[in-house]
Design a protein around this ligand. Structure first.
Ligand code: BTN
Length: 243
């Protein structure tokens, strides 16, 4: 494992992808910074984090035979690694909000951005970026965010959290190579936020509707049972959970 520690960078995902463009990069190369200046989130959003307070880290994985139809397995493996890291620290009420936000209670404690390099039908490499709120205690209300410090009432050693997360990522990716997709999916669904509870959603057309999350499809789409009893599959940009 190669660990690259940067004093500051725009985005650890961006840095790792830049390296990949110019040279061979070893499997499981890790890039971390204590000052990420232009962090990127899912759906083109930005990821803002207070310098020196949180973990902003990206991990590179190479694959020999991973079909793009199986890409959701990467979200599962990385979510499970964060989940187990936080479990180790006894963070309460952990769940995974589809597709890969880690929640403590009804607040987000960690976000994950998986970016894949694709050749034909295969994923050759993946940059897995993790933004874990460790010691930040002030968040904009609208973000509905929390941190390890807020949940535990004490400051944490960010390097120790990082070591644990890297270890859990290694375990999770070994397990995922050994496990069937079905097994991995079951583990994920067992931790799915607001599964089998009636919730409010916002659709693509900005209309609100009610339904209950029932799980995920084989390709990782969200399965929601609507009020009329019909089950529908949604992509990430097609639905927003309003709780
Ligand atoms: C999200 O919830 O929207 C995903 C956030 C992912 C943030 C991490 S921080 C480390 C890595 N580098 C980035 O620019 N983004 C990811």
């Amino acid at each position: 494992m190669q660990l690259i520690k940067l004093d500051a960078t725009d985005s650890t995902n961006g840095y790792l992808k830049g390296l990949l463009r110019t040279q061979n990069v070893e499997d499981f190369t890790v890039v971390v910074t204590s000052n990420q200046k232009k962090g990127r989130g899912q759906l083109g959003r930005s990821w803002i984090t207070e310098p020196g307070k949180n973990l902003t880290i990206s991990i590179l994985k190479h694959f020999e035979a991973l079909n793009i139809s199986e890409q959701f397995i990467l979200n599962i493996a990385s979510s499970m690694a964060v989940y187990h890291t936080l479990k180790h620290y006894a963070i309460p009420d952990l769940q995974v909000k589809w597709p890969n936000d880690i929640m403590s209670g009804d607040k987000k404690i960690c976000g994950i951005l998986v970016e894949n390099m694709v050749k034909g039908q295969g994923i050759t490499s993946s940059v897995i970026g993790i933004g874990l709120n460790v010691n930040q205690t002030n968040f904009e209300d609208t973000l509905r965010a929390t941190s390890m410090q807020l949940r535990l009432g004490k400051e944490l050693d960010i390097d120790q959290v990082m070591d644990m997360l890297i270890k859990e990522m290694a375990i999770s990716f070994e397990n995922f190579e050994a496990r069937s997709v079905l097994e991995a999916k079951e583990l994920y669904i067992a931790k799915l936020f607001r599964c089998n509870m009636e919730s409010r959603f916002m659709g693509f057309d900005k209309n609100e509707f009610r339904g209950s999350i029932r799980g995920i499809s084989d390709s990782g789409l969200l399965l929601v049972e609507l009020k009329n009893g019909r089950q529908k599959e949604f992509r990430h940009n097609e639905i927003r959970l309003l709780y």
